[in-house]
Write a protein that binds this ligand. Structure first.
Ligand SMILES: [Zn+2]
Length: 289
């Protein structure tokens, strides 16, 4: 992605070093219930299947100090360092949502991204990298193990590239916007199926990611969004469609178990967001999807 080389990054929006240290979060059943739905997050893996009660495993956070302040100072850093890319995208996405909320007379509350390695404790319970990136509404943070991006390419078959990563981050911040706007609270928990509320929530997050991409240049962080960027984002959305994942994993497709939408739906809603640049066009809760 083509960042404005001179734009100042705000690394305080991203944390490194495992996370959740000292928080003493109890992974109770209710919390697991929350994570089971919201976290099936990026592609419907069930992170806590068959696991009840407390999990005593320790997260493998590196415990390293947050050095992003040193490394991620400008847009040029976002282009050469993958941690700084996350910082740059998070900054741009939140800048967009802050303006969009303000235009509607609302106040946006920034959410941090926690980078972790292997596993971490979160406000939604214990999470391993296998769940993929997710947003936890309880502590209003996005959790991301960067090795997921390798899986996105190698396992899921998406094109690699900064814009594929940016799409994922835009999707997770879409969930944060949904949380602030009340869409999450209005969505019944634990539903599945091709036109279920869960799928509609996920498709709206895809649409919001596209809306940000449309407005990314206006935030001042990016110089342009190229055709290649768009192709990468679309390729990632296509790679994580429920039908595509099920086809590869179990050889057949079961629409009644969909949690995130088909490849066609995900790319279509991403495109709706990108072409319109208007979150009001992301009304996945009305009509057929
Ligand atoms: Zn999601």
């Amino acid at each position: 992605m083509d960042f404005n080389d001179d734009v100042r990054l705000d690394p305080s929006q991203v944390e490194t070093g495992g996370g959740g240290r000292g928080r003493g979060v109890a992974a109770g059943g209710g919390v697991i219930g929350v994570i089971g739905l919201l976290v099936a997050l990026f592609f419907g893996v069930d992170p806590f299947g068959g696991q009840g009660g407390q999990d005593t495993r320790q997260p493998q956070g590196s415990g390293e100090a947050n050095d992003l302040r040193e490394r991620c100072r400008t847009g040029a850093d976002a282009e050469r360092d993958e941690d700084c890319l996350v910082v740059g995208v998070v900054n741009s996405v939140q800048d967009y949502w802050e303006s969009a909320f303000a235009e509607s007379g609302l106040r946006y509350e920034p959410a941090r991204t926690q980078l972790f390695e292997g596993a971490t404790r979160t406000g939604c319970g214990y999470a391993t990298k296998d769940v993929g990136p997710f947003y936890c509404p309880a502590d209003q943070k996005v959790y991301l193990d960067l090795t997921f991006f390798d899986d996105l390419r190698a396992t899921y078959g998406a094109q690699d590239g900064a814009a594929a990563r940016a799409y994922v981050i835009g999707h997770e911040y879409g969930h944060h916007a949904q949380n602030l706007l009340g869409a999450m609270d209005r969505t019944p928990r634990g539903t599945t199926g091709a036109s279920s509320p869960a799928v509609r929530l996920e498709l709206q997050a895809d649409c919001y990611s596209g809306v940000w991409m449309h407005n990314a240049v206006q935030t001042g962080y990016l110089v342009r969004i190229t055709r290649t960027d768009l192709d990468q984002a679309m390729s990632a959305a296509q790679a994580v469609g429920d039908d595509r994942i099920q086809e590869r994993g179990q050889g057949h497709v079961r629409p009644d178990s969909f949690t995130h939408g088909t490849s066609a739906q995900r790319t279509e809603w991403l495109n709706t967001g990108y072409s319109s640049g208007d979150p009001a066009r992301c009304d996945t809760f009305k009509g057929a999807i």
